[in-house]
Design a protein around this ligand. Structure first.
Ligand SMILES: [Zn+2]
Length: 158
């Protein structure tokens, strides 16, 4: 990846992190839907993209993240980051989200962290938590556990 591409990526990750840590959950869902909508409009080269980015607060959020990101950079890198278009960053955010959806990653409902699937083999014993679900008629049980805060949730049901 080019240095420019790396900056776009780092900035997109910062924006995504910010979106995913928004509270309450209803606001977080709305913001995530809006960033997807802005990206869709950008891909269609539709006129409404910058209006929606402005009204939804996505544009401000990108600039906030940019300012924060700039602090850790030297002058040359900072200049490169200042020249990035917010559109490019939003498109990269949407790309990351599409990728996460494709690989079936789900986020923790408490902290927004990444969750991993945990499997428990029963051997006729009961699983170690009420969120474990039996896999078919086997003695395997599954749940998802947050790798940040440890919250255990039922496995993805679709
Ligand atoms: Zn968590």
């Amino acid at each position: 990846m080019s240095p420019r591409g790396q900056h776009v990526d780092a900035l997109a990750r910062a924006v995504l992190e910010r979106l995913e840590s928004s509270e309450p959950q209803s606001v977080r869902r709305l913001l995530l839907a809006q960033v997807d909508a802005v990206a869709r409009l950008l891909r269609l080269e539709a006129r409404g993209a910058s209006v929606l980015a402005g009204q939804s607060g996505i544009a401000v959020l990108v600039e906030d993240c940019r300012n924060e990101y700039l602090r850790g950079l030297d002058a040359d890198a900072a200049l490169a980051v200042l020249e990035l278009d917010w559109e490019e960053v939003v498109l990269r955010v949407a790309l990351h989200r599409a990728h996460e959806r494709r690989i079936g990653m789900s986020r923790c409902s408490r902290c927004g962290g990444e969750t991993v699937e945990v499997t428990y083999r029963g051997h006729r014993r009961r699983p170690p938590g009420r969120h474990f679900r039996r896999v078919g008629t086997t003695d395997l049980y599954r749940a998802r556990r947050c790798s940040s805060c440890g919250l255990v949730r039922p496995p993805n049901t679709g």
